[in-house]
Design a binder for this molecule. Structure first.
Ligand code: ADP
Ligand code: ZN
Length: 227
């Protein structure tokens, strides 16, 4: 099974792909997490990536491609994968086309207003990268009801999984969020266009919390009868 999950920053890509991958027994490949790991380990790649990430910009394509190709070689990808945060540019999409054929694109749709509120409330574990959210959103936008509950850790500011401290990513701060949304819109449009008509899109309007949405995504994926 070879899936890609698309969606603006803050749409829940990380949460959904993290929960879906083990159910489908496929690997989750998240380039953003991989870059953060490199930054944490203070590697040469990490130092380079941080210069772009801290400004809300993309890491250069050649650097990203090299890291991605290495990741694909790992044995956990034998049943397939879900790509989160990749491909982000036309160059990356074309390179990916040369390597493999994606079967379905899960396309998360969320209004900007909700994204900004949610992203400002995101907290991440410094140790293992687990994601939490302290916002409790109840909103009606254009007649659609959004009920997005918080994802709180059991103990305030402490990771449930590993006990590590939670923090707010530098790129989840309001000034950077707006920049990221702009970057996303400009860069995502051509990538989406690249795949339109070639690969089926599974459009998912994120109107409820992860419990409900994950179930919905899995139900919809089943309908494609992938191996
Ligand atoms: P989000 O989805 O919330 O934007 P990610 O964790 O996917 O966050 O990515 C964080 C940062 O890592 C991005 O802002 C970018 O700088 C870098 N990054 C991640 N994936 C890619 C990619 N495919 N190409 C270039 N840069 C990337
Ligand atoms: Zn943790």
């Amino acid at each position: 099974m070879r899936l890609v999950i698309f969606g603006p920053p803050g749409s829940g890509k990380g949460t959904y792909s993290t929960r879906i991958a083990p159910v489908l027994k496929i690997a989750r490949i998240a380039t953003g997490d991989m870059f953060r790991e490199e930054v944490k380990n203070n590697t040469q790649l990490g130092k380079l990536a941080a210069m772009y990430m801290n400004k809300g910009e993309f890491v250069p394509d050649d650097v990203t491609m090299k890291m991605f190709k290495e990741r694909l070689k790992k044995p956990d990808t034998k049943n397939g994968f879900i790509l989160d945060g990749f491909p982000r540019t036309i160059f990356q999409a074309k390179e990916l086309d040369k390597i493999t054929k994606i079967e379905v694109i899960i396309n998360l749709i969320v209004p900007d207003e909700i994204l900004i509120e949610k992203m400002s409330a995101r907290r991440m574990c410094k140790n293992c990268g687990d994601i939490y959210n302290i916002a409790d959103i109840k909103k009606n936008i254009d007649g659609v009801e959004y009920l997005l509950p918080p994802m709180l850790p059991k103990k305030k500011n402490v990771c449930d999984k590993c006990g590590g401290p939670l923090y707010q990513r530098d790129d989840d701060k309001p000034e950077v969020i707006k920049e990221r949304l702009e970057v996303y819109k400009n860069q995502a449009a051509p990538v989406i266009e690249h795949y339109t008509g070639k690969i089926p899109f599974l459009d998912i309007h994120v109107t409820r919390g992860p419990e409900i949405m994950v179930g919905k995504i899995l139900d919809e994926i089943k309908k494609f009868n992938l191996k």
